[in-house]
Design a protein around this ligand. Structure first.
Ligand SMILES: Nc1ncnc2c1ncn2[C@@H]1O[C@H](COP(=O)(O)OP(=O)(O)O)[C@@H](O)[C@H]1O
Ligand SMILES: [Mg+2]
Length: 599
């Protein structure tokens, strides 16, 4: 991954409709559909049992107000029912809670794995548009929010909805006037909630974007800590970070003050509603239209409903807040790889390793400047060729196209005469290996780093490739030899050591096509000489492509391609090219000879 490219490209994603959101969420939770239905069923049962209790209390009170001895058994039966319904409710809740927590844990597992899978298989072009910190926050917050969302829905939203709707029915049955009061006030209440949330949406969006930015900023300064400290930019980095954090803080303060204000209004509405129910109830009892038991029943139901509505609205606030985080994660899941692999893609058992570029044109991210301009060449199987040219001339880009990290804009890249796009990615990449300019080293032992592409390699195999790469000697001098931990990004190794480790790793994969991208540029002259000496062994039986700006390493190449500004300007072997007076190769050669003299 290129570390210099740390800006986030905020793609303007069209706003998701609510329906789209829920249906996408439903798809994301595909592994848990069954569990969700079970939870739903339990929740309905629990909510129904909840309604039973106030009704039993009503019956008890009605019985008490004109109490007769014969009713004593009925009383006991009612108390018994009260106890039993309570007890059943406890069991159902217990079982349901277990299921809900399981759902939550499952979601964390499934989405975490899915996100990692997505990231692993998205092409380089995606990874170059967004930095590490942003991606991690996107995933972590997104997964956390989905967990909260499902917990809230199962613990609060569904029970409340059931409760409120049944209460409404019960109130209407008791007396239509009681029902009406709830029916009129509830929508006003919901309207206030929706309105407040709609206003908040842009602020939430902004906040999540800033969360990602802050994390991106943080990871960038940590990853590049060496540069930060060497150039004494600690304070600058900190102040940039603080700036983002401050804007998050202000945003949050603002949001919370708005939410609290809206809470206050909603609260007043609740108070008003319950007072109205009490008034109507007293009137109805006075008129002898309902019993005292019914009044208490209706009042309990409506107080419960109002406080539920209030809770529901708070959850709606939080749900809306969480939705933004979830949408960002969904966007990640819906990023499509722009490398399309055909259905019956080739998965050859072996390849010869002949590579051909036919009229290949390529631009990065649709930029105007072309990185490769009508490139044509053919590399015969088993040959050693070199790509040379000034920095920025397109050498690495050619390597990336050979690897199909990108597809050409037009023209085609052929492997053994067939378009790369006819193969599956794994189908051909497993025969390739590359030693890149910056060898990516994992924070594990030297041995594991070398054996990265072949984890079950034996010590002998590992040592053999390390010797060929001239790495064995320095490895044995390390603290713990092959078991030395190399630190994050191989920080404990020198540039040259990292590169030799990279060469050993590539060799262990025993590739049919081996690419060195400036792999000797970080080497001191002595190790370079050692690699040059090893080159014959390294390139045996395979197509070898050496990208180098030090021409001394490539004199032995069968064929040399010279690039300038994305164009192929010269080709031939070393001697032929060296004799083209005024040619680019000749010029480069002269420059380097001068350099060598002054060295
Ligand atoms: N990921 C990228 N996004 C946009 N432009 C790029 C990217 N990588 C390289 N380029 C540009 O493409 C051109 C060729 O780069 P590259 O192939 O890396 O050159 P070389 O390896 O010969 O030094 C340069 O102008 C460079 O700035
Ligand atoms: Mg390069």
């Amino acid at each position: 991954m290129s570390e210099t490219e740390n800006k986030t490209e905020e793609k303007d994603i069209p706003k998701m409709s609510s329906r789209e959101f829920w249906s996408k969420l439903w798809q994301l939770l595909s592994e848990s559909h069954r569990l969700i239905f079970v939870i739903l069923a339990f929740t309905v049962v629990a909510a129904l049992l909840d309604l039973l209790k106030p009704y039993i209390v009503k019956l008890v009170i009605d019985n008490l107000t004109n109490f007769q001895k014969e009713n004593l058994t009925l009383m006991f039966v009612l108390v018994g029912m009260f106890f039993v319904s309570d007890q059943v409710r406890s069991w159902v809740t217990y079982l349901n809670n277990i299921k809900i927590l399981r759902l939550s844990v499952d979601i964390e597992y499934n989405l975490g794995v899915k996100a990692q899978e997505k990231l692993m298989f998205l092409p380089l072009s995606y990874h170059e548009t967004e930095n590490t910190g942003n991606k991690i926050v996107k995933i972590e917050r997104g997964v956390q929010r989905i967990m909260n969302l499902t917990e809230n829905i199962s613990w609060e939203v569904i029970p409340i909805l059931i409760q409120v709707s049944f209460s409404l029915v019960a109130l209407f049955i008791t007396d239509y006037r009681l029902g009406m009061s709830l029916l009129i006030l509830a929508p006003i209440f919901l309207h206030l909630t929706f309105k407040a949330n709609k206003k908040m949406r842009p602020y939430r969006k902004e906040m999540y974007k800033k969360y990602e930015e802050a994390s991106g900023k943080m990871s960038q300064s940590i990853i590049n800590i060496n540069a930060v400290q060497s150039f004494v930019q600690e304070k600058q980095e900190l102040s940039n970070f603080e700036k983002i954090k401050k804007s998050i803080r202000e945003n949050e303060h603002f949001q919370w003050s708005k939410v609290m204000l809206s809470n206050m209004w909603r609260n007043s509405l609740v108070n008003f509603g319950t007072a109205i129910v009490l008034l109507i109830g007293i009137y109805l009892v006075y008129q002898n239209e309902i019993t005292i038991g019914s009044l208490i029943f209706a009042f309990t139901m409506s107080v419960n409903s109002y406080s539920s509505l209030f809770r529901l609205s708070r959850f709606y606030d939080r749900m809306e807040e969480g939705k933004e985080g979830v949408s960002r994660l969904m966007d990640l899941f819906s990023v499509q790889s722009n490398l399309i692999v055909k259905e019956n893609a080739l998965e050859p058992d072996d390849i010869r390793g002949e590579i051909e570029f036919k009229d290949v044109e390529f631009n990065y991210n649709n930029s105007k400047k072309s990185a490769l301009d009508k490139i044509n060449f053919k590399i015969k199987a088993g040959k050693m060729v070199a790509l040379v040219g000034p920095s920025g001339s397109g050498k690495t880009t050619i390597a990336r196209l050979i690897y199909r990290h990108y597809d050409p804009l037009s023209g085609e890249v052929l492997l053994d005469g067939k378009d790369l796009r006819d193969y599956s990615l794994h189908g051909f990449r497993r025969f390739f290996a590359i030693v890149p300019q910056e060898v990516e080293v994992f924070d594990v032992s030297v041995r594991e780093n070398i054996a990265y592409a072949k984890p079950n390699a034996t010590q002998d195999e590992i040592e053999a490739v390390a010797r060929t790469a001239n790495a064995h000697e320095f490895i044995t001098k390390l603290d713990k030899g092959y078991d030395t931990l190399v630190g994050e990004r191989g920080i404990k190794l020198s540039g040259g050591q990292r590169q030799r480790l990279g060469i050993a790793r590539a060799l262990l994969a025993d590739p049919k096509v081996l690419i060195f991208d400036e792999a000797t540029s970080n080497l001191d002259s002595q190790s370079e000489a050692l690699i040059k000496e090893a080159m014959d062994r390294i390139s045996k039986n395979r197509t070898t492509i050496i990208i180098a700006h030090r021409l001394s390493t490539i004199k032995k190449a069968d064929h040399i391609f010279v690039l300038e500004d994305g164009k192929l300007v010269e080709e031939g072997n070393h001697l032929e090219l060296a004799h083209i007076k005024g040619g680019l190769y000749h010029k480069l050669l002269k420059l380097q000879e001068l350099g060598e003299i002054t060295e």
